[in-house]
Design a protein around this ligand. Sequence first.
Ligand SMILES: [Cu+2]
Length: 149
Amino acid sequence: MRIIMSACLCLLTTWAQAELIIEQGYVRGLPPGQPNTAAFMTLHNTGRLPLTIVAISSEAADKVELHTSRQHNGMVHMEQLERLPIAAAERVQLQPGGHHLMLLGLRRPLPEGESVALRFSLSDGTQATATLSVRSVLNEPEQTHQHHH
Ligand SMILES: [Cu+2]
């Protein structure tokens, strides 16, 4: 029994070593006084199994939501996504005009160079964390410069 238990723990430990890697992320830095901002990044599932992000939180905001943007009659609408599945070995881009994170109810000013910690909860019960730096909206890469690898 003892042997089985420790084998289980071992497996859990391996899984907890974030199969999810956050690449090239940043938080959009806005002028002071804004209640909300957005964050962009590439989510890379480096594992051999699909994973699903079910919740995100940050010390810098009351709430973090996953949104997608849709164009309708020339207007851009944002919709909340409850879950974000990522297939094994796939990357999902969060970028202006597409999927993105919303940091709602900012708890402190986020000038350029500031760091923001994010925690991603996955459907298998594991978590992944990332620290993103704040990049002023003035220095944001333009949407026409999207890269798909
Ligand atoms: Cu949004």
